[in-house]
Design a binder for this molecule. Structure first.
Ligand SMILES: Cc1cc2nc3c(=O)[nH]c(=O)nc-3n(C[C@H](O)[C@H](O)[C@H](O)COP(=O)(O)OP(=O)(O)OC[C@H]3O[C@@H](n4cnc5c(N)ncnc54)[C@H](O)[C@@H]3O)c2cc1C
Length: 344
């Protein structure tokens, strides 16, 4: 890892990390993601080993591989928020009656102890592998040769009155420069820049900007002639304008033809990217009529649905169409690969 910066300023409600990894000879295209398997928290792993009085250095077999109990817990198996099925399996194996629902392994071991270390090991090998998390690539293969960049927001949520952080975003948040990380490229064949002379409209609030930093850096580096219009949104201009300097530079140098910004908490009423789209309805429709592609990246709920609703409204109103005709227009765009989403 080369660089790791929180792009939000002090006073923000968010922490969004720009992470740069050195990746020589890596093949990827703008629009792809990388997959990372996070490690479990060291303290939780140590607590689990202590609770059952196990030997962390003991080697056991997991999926035809010999591995120490510590390494298995730290790097291989998912020990948090176990599925209902696995909690049920734990209940059957240990003979305890456990209410239905999801739970962490440590919590189960404390509340419903195993009989012995052998039973603990049996439970461990029955657990699922940690699933990889995908992150949209924020760099361009042409502009950032030998590197790959991602943008990761700290995933904060509440459970039973406790404030918790998602496993992988917490893992990446704690990254230190120089750390080595294994990852894979997850291609996204549909989310691709069109021909260099074609116009693009990009709607990418929050971490959705990642894909469009990649697109814009690529179009800048290759001197693409198509026009580029970015819609970006976050909570506050002063603390949350991710990649502000680069976006301003692209606007000043003409790489970005238009930039439309929506900072939801800078005024009384909430303003989101879809509101900025509606304000620019005639120009958006004209771009679409001229053959522009429309891309959306970021949160599926509710953002991508609200953006689609706004887009349909624009097509219907500006094109004097019925709701069905507007839907048909969007479906045709989709068929031509001119309406693409990378949402999660
Ligand atoms: C194609 C694609 C591209 C993506 N690109 C990006 C990107 O560019 N940037 C980015 O930041 N993210 C991106 N994501 C999302 C990312 O992959 C992860 O899902 C995200 O970082 C959260 O992972 P996590 O391990 O931190 O959270 P997890 O630990 O997986 O938790 C996720 C959610 O599960 C629930 N949960 C987990 N544990 C508990 C519990 N104990 N109790 C109750 N609820 C619980 C919560 O709702 C929590 O918010 C992308 C996803 C996809 C599919």
């Amino acid at each position: 890892m080369l660089t790791h910066i929180n792009l939000n300023d002090r006073g923000s409600n968010k922490e969004t990390f720009h992470v740069e990894l050195v990746a020589e000879n890596l093949e990827y295209q703008c629009g792809d993601s990388i997959g990372i398997v996070p490690e479990n928290d060291s303290q939780v792993v140590t607590d689990i080993i202590q609770v059952v009085n196990a030997d962390g250095n003991k080697s056991i077999e997991y999926k035809k591989e010999r591995i120490t109990v510590y390494e298995l817990l730290k790097r291989k198996i998912n020990i948090v928020y176990l599925t209902e099925r696995l909690v049920q399996h734990y209940s059957t194996a240990t003979g305890h009656t456990i209410p239905a629902g999801r739970a962490d392994l440590l919590e189960l071991l404390k509340k419903y102890p195993v009989k012995n270390v052998a039973q603990f090991e049996e439970i461990l090998v029955g657990l699922n592998a940690i699933s990889p998390r995908l992150y949209t690539i924020a760099s361009s293969p042409t502009a950032h040769e030998g590197e790959v960049h991602i943008l990761v927001v700290k995933d904060v949520y509440e459970s039973e009155g406790k404030r918790l952080i998602g496993l992988c975003s917490d893992y990446l948040r704690q990254f230190k420069t120089g750390k080595q990380q294994t990852f894979f490229v997850q291609p996204n064949k549909r989310f691709r820049l069109p021909a260099e002379n074609k116009d693009i409209i990009m709607v990418g609030p929050g971490t959705g900007i990642a894909a469009f930093r990649s697109f814009l850096a690529e179009r800048d580096a290759t001197g693409a002639r198509g026009r580029n219009w970015l819609f970006f949104g976050e909570q506050k201009f002063t603390t949350d304008f991710l990649y502000q300097t680069e976006i301003q530079n692209w606007y000043e140098t003409g790489v970005l033809t238009n930039v439309s910004l929506a900072f939801s908490r800078d005024q009384q009423e909430k303003i989101y990217v879809q509101h900025k789209m509606l304000e620019n309805a005639p120009a958006i429709y004209q771009w679409l009529e001229d053959g522009a592609s429309f891309f959306v990246c970021g949160k599926k709920e509710p953002m991508s649905h609200d953006v689609e609703k706004a887009l349909l409204h624009i097509i219907q109103q500006q094109g004097n169409k019925t709701a069905e005709q507007a839907m048909h227009y969007l479906e045709e765009m989709e068929k031509e690969g001119r309406y693409e989403k990378d949402v999660y």
